[in-house]
Design a protein around this ligand. Sequence first.
Ligand SMILES: [Zn+2]
Length: 467
Amino acid sequence: MIKEYLTKLNEDMLLKAKFEKFNCGCKAKNGNECKNCCCLLIAKKPNYITEFFDKNEAAIFISKDVKNYYDFLKVVDSIVLSKRRNYLIDVKSFVNEFLTIEDVLRAFVLREAFHNAKLYSSKEENRDKKEYKISLFLEDKKYLDFVNKIVIIAEAVNGARNLQITPPNVATSEFIAKVIEEDFSKIKNLKVTTLKRNEIEKLGMGLLLAVNAGSSYEPRVVIVEYNGNLKSKEKFVYVGKGITFDTGGYNTKGYHMEDMKFDMSGSVICAYAVKALAQINTKTNVAAIMMLTDNAIDTHGTVPESVIKSLSGKTVEITDTDAEGRLVLADGLYYGATKLNATLLVDAATLTGSMTRALGKTYSGIYSTSDKRWEQFLSSANKAYEKVWRMPLHEDFHKPNKSSLIADLNNYSNSEKSDCNTAAMFLKEFTKNVDYIHCDIAGTADNKGMGLGILVSTLFELGESQK
Ligand SMILES: [Zn+2]
């Protein structure tokens, strides 16, 4: 992966951007180059790389349809995946009216790390494969710290993706807790605490235990803490849904359970965002709470209509065992509010099918109890170039949660069409009125069997914005 950039040329072929321009008045002819446009003799096919061996240089033609950072990512992907030879990227040549130097550096570091990540695989390695590498060239040294920061984010994203993609018979609650303990112990200013079953019972996290009841594995609550600003009382606590496999429980999903190993994505996303913040020693106080268990069935599995007492003391009738994410998060949020003294609670969860129907695989759906916090979150997401869309918290959506005749709340209502909003209102009940942001990443956490580590960057930027 790219760890830094070169300030001097090396022997690799220097790759320059040539942007297509409208009505270029350039009179370049007979092979005379115009420095700024595409008039020199290169193939005018989008993302096509023309190579000039005599000069050890190449040029990529970038179509005028590329108008923003997101379009540009496709150009970067095509370079990273071209694999023809080693290229040295002339960073400055890629800067234009919609791309800053930072944008270009960020795009190359993140996409190169994404495509070349060493993720879990049980396939036999193809050892003959020739590996070509991409390096960055930029004379100006003042962006080295910035690139270092993006490298740390890229590694955090890949850490989360690696656990996301690991199969559920390997990545159990106990396994993930152990990996996090071992991986994070290398960062000396991070504190990792793991609560095991007896401590979880003593605390009274009844909802987590109810979801875990049919599991062959113990539940785990992993708390990752980084206190980088002891003078401040501000503390952001990220709570992650960590269902290592979701069968639905007794309200089983039936035959189709594709991608249910990704139901733990929220937990690793939260943890790795905090790790990255600790690695750059930012002046901020953040913690992650990973709520880990699978949702399985055996004779001890919680049956629908069971009534369970939560950590907060509120009772919940489990009207649907497949709405288990909001159960484990409820205990996690209350723990964050009361034991970690959060001033802002954020959760990340692959929570509801209805969110996927609302925002597809394009946007993560975000709820916020505070306009100010939403602005802070949105500007963090914009910095990270991750797409988020604000969703409504409204009392109307809470009515279905209060229809139980025998408990304070119920966790699902079959007649409620906008379950994503109802789930958000359910969770808000457990936040003790601490400012709260809920991120439903059901549609954005993974794609075609690949974990995407979505929101690691945003939660990193949010943590940074605390100072
Ligand atoms: Zn479920």
